[in-house]
Design a protein around this ligand. Structure first.
Ligand code: FES
Length: 173
């Protein structure tokens, strides 16, 4: 009666942690490599699941509070799942003075996100406000997925977002 056969759940958990374990091993289990480890884990999952953070803490012999503290301190890290396409609107000084916030509002409206909602219910989009993206000469700047778009105006938003959304279904040869 004490033998737990639980075949499905442990296999899933083992698979998830196996990939995290490989990342940790690549960094030789060094606690001082915590930030690059978390960056790679986030690339893997697109966010930092809480149970994975606990696993990282145990593997690096760090307290969960320390790992959670680092994960929540840096704006770059996300503790919630992100949508398939992440839209980042720069609100650094150069972009802000060139009206990046009306663009942010236009994107939020087009994606039908409520105030304070970052990710669409269908997990297609995540909208973020970020600080300087290092392309101030192009202000105001928005990054959609990997693509940088500069000198935008709110009226240009629908076409840009629709162009990203469309290819998934529209390329039957
Ligand atoms: S302030 Fe927006 S790119 Fe620098």
């Amino acid at each position: 009666m004490s033998t737990c056969a639980c075949p499905t759940q442990p296999a899933t958990a083992a698979h998830r942690f196996q990939r995290v374990g490989a990342i940790i091993e690549r960094h030789q289990r060094k606690p001082e490599r915590l930030i690059p480890i978390l960056q790679e884990v986030q690339e893997e999952y697109r966010y930092l699941p809480r149970e994975v953070l606990s696993f990282v803490a145990t593997a690096l012999d760090l307290s969960p509070a320390k790992v959670f503290g680092v994960a929540t301190f840096y704006a770059h890290f996300a503790l919630e799942p992100k949508g398939r396409t992440v839209v980042r609107v720069c609100d650094g000084t150069a972009c802000h003075v060139k009206d990046s916030m009306p663009i942010f509002d236009a994107i939020r409206g087009h994606l039908k996100l409520a105030a304070g909602q970052h990710t669409s219910a269908d997990m297609e989009w995540t909208l973020e406000k970020v600080s300087c993206l290092g392309a101030c000469g192009l202000a105001p700047v928005v990054v959609i997925g990997e693509q940088v778009h500069g000198q935008l105006a709110p009226g240009m938003v629908p076409a840009l977002l629709d162009a990203v959304a469309r290819p998934a279904t529209g390329s039957a040869a």
